[in-house]
Design a binder for this molecule. Sequence first.
Ligand SMILES: Nc1ncnc2c1ncn2[C@@H]1O[C@H](COP(=O)(O)OP(=O)(O)OP(=O)(O)O)[C@@H](O)[C@H]1O
Ligand SMILES: [Mg+2]
Length: 273
Amino acid sequence: MSDQFPHYIEFRDVNKTFGKGEKDEKHVLIDSNFHVNAGQTVAIIGRSGVGKSVTLRHIMGFLKPDSGRIIVAHEDILGLSDIEMNRIRRKVTMVFQSGALFDSLTVAENILFSLEQREDYNAQNKDDVVEGLLKMVDIWDARDQYPSDLSTGYRRAVAIARALAAQPQCILYDEPTTMVDPIMSDHLTLLMLRLKTQLKLTSIVVTHDLDLLHRVADTVVFLSKGKVAFFGTVPDLHRSQDPDIRQFLELDKVIRGDISAESPFRTGVAGEA
Ligand SMILES: Nc1ncnc2c1ncn2[C@@H]1O[C@H](COP(=O)(O)OP(=O)(O)OP(=O)(O)O)[C@@H](O)[C@H]1O
Ligand SMILES: [Mg+2]
């Protein structure tokens, strides 16, 4: 670990504007500051379009900030060459919403493809490794199927298995439980929890799913109007008096039907039942 960069991932005063000087100029990240320690999970939350995915794309080096510093795997990634960035991307990998799988390859072949990219690839035990990964994410029964035959949730599980084949230190998940049924959502949440506790993986999870957040996150980044409006622990998030955060948390309760008797949302239905 570097003394200079003790956090595994860190944003230091990161700014990013799209369409600079144009009519539709958009400040997506304004003095963004947060960090993730090795082995920990941070959840990034906030309304649609606040810059959650843009934040992840900066960590992968797919986007460059206008100013500020971005530390990934204890290294300052600004100024790294493509080759050096690929070295970082072997440590930190991203699971996309779509899964981004190869449609012409089976599930097992998709995972094998990732395994073959490893420097220490060993063809002799490849079947065992693929089998182990399929079992780890509990999709052994889908090994010979093609991505197009699978549900969204299964495709995400395959994408996680494929990411794990590269033996990363850190996984970035972009809305892993969006658009999947509650059982699959629970399954993916447990899987992320297992990777954290058993493999000690560091992770960042962009999510609207507060159940996932409560079960997996150590800390939370709440993005609002281009800024990190909150960065802290989950209990502190619930204690926050920021109106945007309160609204975000209340809305989730309404969606889940978990509304307490004293909630303003109950007004008018008192005396029912
Ligand atoms: N390459 C780009 N060029 C111009 N604008 C972009 C680019 N990428 C993202 N944006 C804009 O930046 C803003 C933030 O986008 P981002 O995808 O990070 O949102 P998000 O928080 O992930 O939202 P969602 O919850 O809908 O996925 C949006 O207004 C988007 O249109
Ligand atoms: Mg997004």
